[in-house]
Design a binder for this molecule. Sequence first.
Ligand code: SF4
Ligand code: SF4
Length: 255
Amino acid sequence: MCVYKTRASLHKRYIVLYVEYINPTKECRYLIIGEQKPLPEIISMIEHEGGTKILIVGCRSCVAVCLAGGEEEVLQLADRLREYSNSTSKGWEISTVTLQRQCEKEFDRGIAKLIENTDVILSLGCGVGAQVLGEVYPERIVLPGINTSSMGAPEGRGKWKERCVGCGDCTIQLSGGICPIARCSKMLQNGPCGGSQGGKCEVSPDRDCAWQLIYDRLRLKGRLDLLEIILPPKDWSKARDGGPRIVIKNTEAGR
Ligand code: SF4
Ligand code: SF4
């Protein structure tokens, strides 16, 4: 069952509306990594779109974790846009709302009233969130405020590393639980390439060599024998080469 909770808070002079969707079984279990677009690019998109009533729609899941599109980032961006508007006499009215998950239509539908009174919708969700928001309001153009880059994990404060490219055919059981597709610069399934020096990648010397990591992990596990397995060319039809992918689950059977 979907449970909605709304709350409002006062941020400086502005009322901020939060829409939350409470469902403990649907916690975000992965992290989509993205970065906010540079302010000049965002301003240029808004000016090109035209209109004065601007709604910034944030997301409290992945992009909040990577400090790109959560509540704080939404409010900060709103302030910067207001400053720009004041200094250029644009007369922009900036509103904000932060959804629990912008990629779920239930949440997006909850802001219909706000959307009605808006000229420009600026999404601070990931590319998925921005597209779903656009599907819920197909007559409106949703501007993307975030450049979505990868799936990964936090590694220290303010740092995230790519871990998976969503190839659709995971084989990390053969590489010590470390993905060579996502973490080797050459995406070598049968590595290493031979160029690694001091454990670093020859393509990007500031990155660890994925195959050094794989070797170290397999040695730790006593499974260096796995390095002798030569994998056939990867079947990229399960990845993006096969077109947009669709996953269907038999939810009625509870699976
Ligand atoms: S093998 Fe594919 S699915 Fe598995 S971690 Fe790597 S990119 Fe992701
Ligand atoms: S040095 Fe390591 S990570 Fe870099 S391309 Fe070669 S095998 Fe891949």
